[in-house]
Design a binder for this molecule. Structure first.
Ligand SMILES: [Zn+2]
Length: 390
């Protein structure tokens, strides 16, 4: 075979292998959703959804996502800004939360630092560089993170349970954090991270001083491969400190019944961190992820005093454009006449304040009260609509 033909064939073969590998990687995070009925799965959603057969995530979806990953130049794609994370400012507050991308929150509660679904990697995939690549940079050098005391895991999909990040945290100076996760993950943690997680059933709590942590239901699924679907439990977390409550929803679809149960059983929610991305195609994403309109309804059902958008624009996992969730959220808030749902830059923070005290939103390096009528809509400098108080 002439060298040029050989190179051409080799190039096509390499591309095909890459396409298949990327497809596999992109699919792995969601294949868990493909058949939640498989192999005597011990866990299922607590709030059955009409029409949810458990069969979804068709092959054509993964091929389409893989093709986008391989061919799309994301350089011109509008994205939210990233602002430097203000660790000193967070430490000065009694209770505050920062969005550091995807479902990763950094929480300061008293003298304790908490991370949810810590994801500091460039790829959300078991086989990098094939699979979803980070779109928005981290707001902090991981070496500059404070000592993390607690890691709260929502579930085991690759974009939420990131092994390199967990291993990094296990080796952090000052000792590993406590890893808290859903039932069934302790053996994975012991084997892969070297430290067993403390596993929780829904509604199970633990306390540490003024801090209370409760694992609550989510409408989702779990699994990190083709088999073993729904063998570990998924959920969200209520972080309670000194009478205030922050709800981290993890990955969830909509259930009015579930959000009302969380409101009724956990107590009033001061701040809810709600996912708004990866919602198209709706034909099956609706059984796994909120769309922005549903996130607004979740905010209402929860009775949350404020909500914070997360799980968007960090990795492209749905068919919508990365910036679209913020636009759809702004539209849904306007149509519903609902306020108090913030879209912040990556690295933006929100204080969790007692009832009757306004929360403070810190974004783009300037602090303001999100209820300050003099600055009702400070999003003009940002490439996406600000929704709080607008
Ligand atoms: Zn998930």
């Amino acid at each position: 075979m002439p060298p040029s033909v050989s190179r051409s064939v080799t190039g096509r073969a390499t591309r095909l292998v890459a396409l298949l590998a990327t497809s596999l990687a992109a699919g792995a995070a969601f294949v868990a959703a493909a058949d939640s009925r498989s192999l005597a799965a011990p866990f299922s959603n607590a709030y059955p959804a009409d029409g949810d057969t458990g069969l979804r995530a068709p092959a054509r979806y993964f091929l389409r996502r893989a093709w986008v990953q391989l061919t799309r130049n994301m350089a011109a794609t509008p994205l939210p800004a990233t602002v430097a994370l203000d660790i000193g400012g967070m430490a000065a507050q009694p209770f505050t939360v920062a969005w550091i991308g995807h479902a990763s929150l950094l929480v300061r509660a008293g003298d304790v630092w908490i991370m949810t679904d810590p994801m500091l990697s460039e790829y959300a995939t078991p086989v990098p560089p094939f699979g979803p690549k980070r779109l928005t940079p981290l707001p902090i050098d991981p070496d500059d993170l404070p000592h993390i005391d607690f890691v709260l895991i929502s579930h085991d999909h690759y974009d939420h349970l990131d092994l390199p990040t967990l291993r990094r945290l296990a080796r952090q100076p000052g000792g590993p954090p406590r890893f808290l996760a859903g039932r069934g993950l302790s053996s994975w943690f012991q084997r892969e991270v070297g430290i067993a997680s403390e596993d929780f059933d829904w509604w199970q709590s633990t306390r540490a001083g003024a801090l209370g942590l409760t694992f609550v239901p989510a409408q989702h699924s779990s699994g990190r491969g083709i088999v073993q679907k729904n063998h570990t439990l998924w959920g969200g977390w209520i972080i309670e400190h000194d009478g205030q409550r922050l709800y981290f929803a993890g990955d969830t679809a909509f259930s009015a019944h579930m959000f009302r149960d969380i409101r009724d059983r956990a107590g009033p929610i001061d701040v809810a961190a709600l996912p708004i991305g990866a919602y198209r195609p709706r034909e099956w994403m609706r059984f796994e992820h909120l769309d922005p309109g549903e996130a607004v309804q979740a905010h209402v059902e929860l009775g949350a005093r404020r909500s914070l958008a997360m799980h968007w624009a960090t990795f492209q996992l749905g068919d919508e454009e990365p910036i679209t969730p913020s636009h759809d959220l702004a539209a849904a808030l306007q149509v519903r006449g609902v306020g108090g749902f913030d879209v912040v830059s990556v690295g933006g923070t929100l204080t969790v304040a007692p009832a009757g005290h306004p929360e403070t939103l810190t974004d783009a390096g300037s602090a303001r009260s999100s209820r300050d009528p003099r600055r009702p809509c400070a999003g003009a400098a940002l490439p996406f609509p600000r929704t709080a108080g607008c």
